[in-house]
Design a protein around this ligand. Sequence first.
Ligand SMILES: [Fe+2]
Ligand SMILES: [Fe+2]
Length: 157
Amino acid sequence: MDYIFVSHMESDEYGGIRIFLERYPDAKVICSRLASRELPGLGVECDCVAADGDTVIEEGDISLKTITYPCEVHLQDGIIAYEQNSGILYSSDLMQSPGDGRDTVEECGYLPRAESISPVRIPNEKGLEDTKRKLASISPRFVAAGHGFCFVNADIM
Ligand SMILES: [Fe+2]
Ligand SMILES: [Fe+2]
């Protein structure tokens, strides 16, 4: 494993990082600049590739566009990641659907899903609007959701 992606500093997003780093000590951790400061504070020693705002990380064979969004728990800088070569969007908490998504991939339109993100997820009007605008600027082939069901983008099938 070359990279570990940490969307934001919440236990279900980074809680297992020590286990991964034990097995893959040379893995680089792609995270926000905020997370790159918080991880050492929690005693996690790792090599961070910190995304500074919305940026593209070119490392080896990845071209990872990071998109900032106001995330739990304090609506601070979280990131989702769009790997532009594969067309996979790692959407963390943003495009989750309830249920046990193991072994099942759905098909659905990406733009309607992006548009349906509610203030429950981002209770900040401008933050929600900005996030939707950023999401509308990409067209992923596949969305790897952090919870529930991953989906193939039916808009471009
Ligand atoms: Fe979260
Ligand atoms: Fe989560």
